[in-house]
Design a protein around this ligand. Structure first.
Ligand SMILES: Nc1ncnc2c1ncn2[C@@H]1O[C@H](COP(=O)(O)OP(=O)(O)OP(=O)(O)O)[C@@H](O)[C@H]1O
Length: 277
């Protein structure tokens, strides 16, 4: 009998992305890439080589011009926006260099909000045709107001009384899931702190907890240690090792050898062409 082999988490076949500028830019050129469950892959390459375009494509924030992208065995290139957004919400967590935290929300609330708004905020960006996510926009409150909104009273999804559901999720369950995610990153002692009371390393750990909400199978990280000193970089990399050991798949864009040397695999992009190192 043939054993059941799980599909690759990521399978790209001849994926190209051309930006239709004048002249057009070939940002990704016939990229083939297979990444299995629990793989930890560093993406390196010079500025302008296509790293962010690749990450946006993998994160279903951008569509290839041609080629096939299977995520957990699902062909994504032919999915409609709504289906892509739901798939992204279920399977993918994002971590960025700047932590993109809401300044007036506590640690626990920031993490809880990821579950409430994650889908709609990302959908909004995609619909608006915004390539690389710039979450500073959401920090200013434009997108994060979401379907339930937040009046002047501050009464919004996070504040909703226990038992009231927002977007189909109960507040109490959301709080419990946020605490669980924060426990994974060693942040339960800071649940009710505001982000400005946290160190850089703590902020990034909180952002990692936020990315873990919803139980993604894939973490996409864009220079996750770019704002951290070497001690905090080490702590984040230890966390990544632990997540990989639990079966998460990680792809990390990085310029830092300290980071890429911890990954099991390194791929390089030059002028949109990907090669294994
Ligand atoms: N929306 C866009 N329209 C036109 N060209 C674009 C667009 N986004 C990216 N590009 C071009 O595509 C190429 C790849 O860009 P990308 O941002 O993916 O590079 P990168 O490797 O992430 O660079 P960096 O390390 O500086 O962030 C570059 O030549 C860039 O100018």
């Amino acid at each position: 009998m043939i054993p059941d082999v799980p599909p690759d988490v990521i399978r790209l076949d001849e994926v190209s992305r051309v930006f239709p500028t004048e002249p057009p830019v070939l940002a990704l050129s016939k990229i083939c890439l297979r990444v299995g469950q629990g793989d930890y892959v560093a993406i390196v390459g010079p500025s302008g080589s296509g790293k962010s375009t690749l990450l946006n494509t993998l994160g279903l924030l951008d569509r290839p011009t041609s080629g096939s992208y299977l995520l957990d065995g699902i062909e994504t290139t032919t999915l409609r926006d709504g289906a892509r957004t739901r798939l992204r919400g279920r399977k993918i967590g994002f971590i960025y260099q700047s932590f993109h935290l809401l300044a007036h929300r506590t640690v626990a609330e920031n993490v809880m909000l990821a579950e409430v708004y994650g889908r709609s905020a990302r959908a909004g960006r995609e619909k608006a045709g915004l390539g690389r996510p710039r979450l500073g926009r959401t920090d200013r409150g434009s997108t994060w107001n979401g379907p339930a909104g937040r009046g002047k009273t501050g009464h919004g999804p996070v504040d909703a009384p226990a038992g009231v559901t927002v977007n189909g999720y109960g507040r109490r369950g959301r709080r419990a899931r946020a605490e669980e995610a924060l426990e994974k990153v060693g942040m339960t002692h800071r649940l009710d702190f505001l982000p400005d009371r946290l160190s850089g390393g703590e902020r990034q750990r909180m952002a990692i907890a936020r990315a873990l909400m919803g139980g993604p199978s894939l973490l996409l990280c864009d220079e996750p240690t770019g704002n951290l000193d070497s001690k905090n970089t080490g702590a984040v990399l230890d966390l990544f090792d632990g997540l990989r050991d639990q079966g998460l798949t990680l792809l990390v864009i990085t310029h830092e050898d300290a980071v890429s040397s911890r990954a099991g695999r390194r791929v390089r992009i030059s002028d949109g062409v990907l090669t294994e190192e």
